[in-house]
Design a protein around this ligand. Structure first.
Ligand code: UD1
Ligand code: CA
Length: 443
């Protein structure tokens, strides 16, 4: 259900502390850029969404277009030269509703439910969010005296005493839109970073005898990401949430702390995931057993056993099959197929009842183009074959072990091509000039 509230997401910052050429909000958590999650959750609450950009604006916009309809988000470019800072980012934006929720774009753990709890219900002009932390370093500190919010002080502007405050500004604020609009004009940049801070609006409100409310929130959902270390911690929390949800729905996991599952993966309750499994992209796993250290990327696995140590690359549809250790499958459809060991199956269609012997490779790439391999029903391919695509092997064929197949094979045929075996007796002894035991005994 959407509410009468506007949302502004701040994503114009440089992300200096990430030490990366990539825009901060494009760094990924569970397979999707951080900003994706803020927008996704915001959309559950509002149909008036504004995203503020500046650094790498085009990259960010292009990436978001992959996930969201272009028309559903209003993009703004901050006047960063003249008005840097989180306050500068909000200037000049006209929002539609009486309340405007402002959130930092570097908070990938945010949940719509908790955002909703920040909406204004009384006469306060701002409702700020804060977290009580053991160590609030890195965050702005919320100064509360006699249960009343006084101001927010940025870490770089804190006195020694203020540095000890353990109430951290969580970075989400709900404003009465009217108040936000006229108060932004009163911001200045007289601070350590010479920026226009949105956080200064708290002191401005208090000075004018307005009420500011502070709502306590959890780090679990409000953690801000400024460095790669923060990113890893946010990922940890995000992964634990994803895995917990699947386990509560019935998915079995061995040592879940070693399993990685991206946002977008679907798994049904009959599935077993062993330790070290990675499930990527929009993979769909139904009634299957994924054994240890296997990776499945953007593929469908149904009623199958995969691994241990198998790799299923994007665009595979594997049903009722058994894919064993060190088998790599890419862009292929397999139905009731066995490929137990050490194979590469790429750009292939393999039909029911077919067995792919150990070490068999579909040679799909000629250095310029990729070619397709089609293998019919009940085909037995011996070990160590090279199948040079494009190629079609019809139903009911046998390919002898160690063969190199370059021509189509017709229904019922056996094909094998191996170099003939040549035997030269006692060659070893002559070559190394050694007398064999047999010759010695004969003397
Ligand atoms: C900010 C808060 C701090 C709070 C913390 C919570 C301010 C001044 N400080 O600090 O009190 O504890 O978030 O996580 O707001 N941005 C812009 N334009 C800019 C600068 C930043 O859009 O000119 C965006 C960034 O892209 C980012 C967000 O605003 O998404 C926050 O900026 P960041 O530099 O990360 O602020 P913090 O130092 O974390
Ligand atoms: Ca931040």
């Amino acid at each position: 259900m959407k509410f009468d509230i506007s949302i502004i997401i701040l994503s114009a910052g440089k992300g200096t502390r990430m030490n990366s050429s990539k825009a901060k909000v494009l760094h990924e958590i569970s397979g999707k850029p951080m900003l994706y999650y803020s927008i996704y959750e915001a959309m559950k609450l509002s149909c008036d969404i504004h995203v503020v950009l500046y650094h790498q604006a085009n990259d960010i916009k292009k990436t978001m277009h992959k996930y969201f309809d272009k028309t559903s988000i209003n993009y703004h470019i901050q006047d960063h030269e003249n008005y840097p800072g989180t306050g500068g980012a909000v200037m000049g934006i006209n929002t539609k509703y009486k309340q405007t929720l402002v959130l930092n774009g570097d908070m990938p753990l945010i949940k719509a439910e908790e955002l909703k709890s920040l909406t204004i219900k009384n006469k306060e002009v701002i409702n700020i969010s804060y977290m009580t932390l053991k160590d609030a370093s890195g965050y702005g500190r919320v100064v509360i005296k006699n249960d009343k919010v006084e101001k927010i002080v940025e870490q770089k502007d804190c006195s020694t005493k203020e540095l000890d405050i353990n109430k951290a500004n969580a970075g989400v604020y709900c404003f009465q839109t009217e108040f936000l609009k006229y108060s932004l004009k009163k911001l200045n940049n007289n601070n350590a970073q010479q920026e226009y801070y949105i956080t200064d609006l708290v002191a401005i409100a208090i000075n004018e005898n307005n009420t500011v409310k502070a709502t306590k929130v959890s780090e679990q959902n409000f953690k801000g990401v400024n460095s790669k270390y923060d990113l890893s911690q946010a990922l940890d929390i995000h992964q634990n949430n994803i895995k917990k949800n699947f386990m509560l729905q019935g998915v079995t996991m061995y040592l879940p702390q070693t399993i990685y599952i991206e946002n977008g993966v679907q798994i049904d309750a009959e599935t077993i995931l062993e330790n070290g499994v990675s499930l990527l992209g929009d993979s769909k796993i139904i009634n299957s057993h994924i054994k240890s250290n296997s990776q499945i990327d953007n593929s469908v696995i149904k009623n199958s056993t995969i691994g241990p140590m198998a790799r299923v690359r994007p665009n595979c549809d594997i049903q009722q099959s058994n894919i064993g250790n060190f088998v790599e499958v890419k862009n292929s459809q397999l139905n009731k197929v066995k490929a137990g060991h050490l194979s590469y199956i790429g750009d292939s269609f393999v039909d029911t009842g077919t067995n792919i012997g150990a070490g068999t490779i579909t040679c799909n790439y000629d250095g310029i183009n990729k070619h397709k391999t089609t293998i019919g029903k009940n085909v037995f391919i011996g070990s160590g074959c090279q199948i040079i695509a494009p190629i079609k092997i019809e139903d009911n064929c046998i390919v002898g072990a160690g063969s190199q197949i370059t021509k189509d094979i017709k229904d019922g045929e056996l094909v094998l091509n191996r170099a003939e075996t040549k035997t030269i007796k006692n060659y070893f002894y002559k070559y190394f000039k050694i007398v064999s035991k047999k010759d010695k005994d004969a003397k």
